[in-house]
Design a protein around this ligand. Structure first.
Ligand code: IMP
Length: 203
């Protein structure tokens, strides 16, 4: 089955494509289908935003669409930036400017606990929806470390692997990340849905 990813983010695409390929789903980016809509994330939860994005792209393509809405919740900032993670510091900043801003908001702060959260939503052309969620607990590093990944990867430290996301291989990140956990939960929902509807994923 082909599913279109409601995102322009190549980092998310790479992670989700490799996870979905393992169960017979071919993921295509919306831009590969000439769909360039940018959905405004007006929801107050990750789930609402993921559904907004998936609904819009399913409608535009007539294909099943999947979206991830994710963000970082920092305990010392009362859960901020949360659903505003992508817009933290305003429009037009680079990923590095955003994570440096977060580091400066935490200067002198000893409570570095943080949680990366992901909600995956899939919308079928029939209007039916599936959603699943995942969380990765970690800490905000005192300085960026590592060259791989995207977004806030260089400052998100995972104690169990003693590495930031930006120091991990794809396999390591996919074993612990919020998105990989949400995708694993999504897989259960998706397989149940396909069984109930007699859908062969490999077609
Ligand atoms: P979204 O595209 O609206 O879901 O925005 C999510 C925000 O969280 C963006 O700023 C991403 O860079 C960031 N983000 C989400 N997942 C990750 C991740 O795995 N690593 C680093 N940053 C992430």
């Amino acid at each position: 089955m082909k599913i279109v990813l409601a995102s322009h983010n190549q980092g998310k695409m790479r992670e989700m494509r490799s996870i979905l390929a393992s169960y017979g789903v071919e993921l295509v980016l919306q831009s590969e289908l000439g769909v360039n809509i940018e959905v405004e994330e007006t929801g107050s939860t990750f789930r609402e935003n993921a559904l907004l994005k998936a609904h819009a792209v399913a409608k535009a393509t007539g294909m099943p669409a999947i979206a991830d809405d994710s963000g970082l919740m920092v305990d010392a900032l009362n859960g901020a930036p949360g659903v505003y993670t992508a817009r933290y510091g305003g429009e037009g900043l680079t990923d590095e400017e955003r994570y440096r801003l977060l580091l400066s908001a935490l200067v002198g702060q000893t409570n570095r606990a943080a949680h990366f959260y992901s909600c995956i939503a899939c919308v079928f052309p029939t209007g039916e929806t599936l959603t699943a969620q995942g969380v990765c607990d970690g800490t905000i590093a005192f300085a960026p470390i590592g060259d791989d990944g995207f977004g806030y990867d260089p400052i998100f430290f995972v104690p169990s692997l003693r590495k930031t996301f930006a120091q991990m291989t794809d396999e390591e990140k996919n074993a612990v990340s919020h998105r990989a956990k949400a995708m694993a939960a999504f897989r259960n929902e998706f397989e149940k849905y396909c069984r109930e509807k007699n859908i062969n994923v490999n077609k």
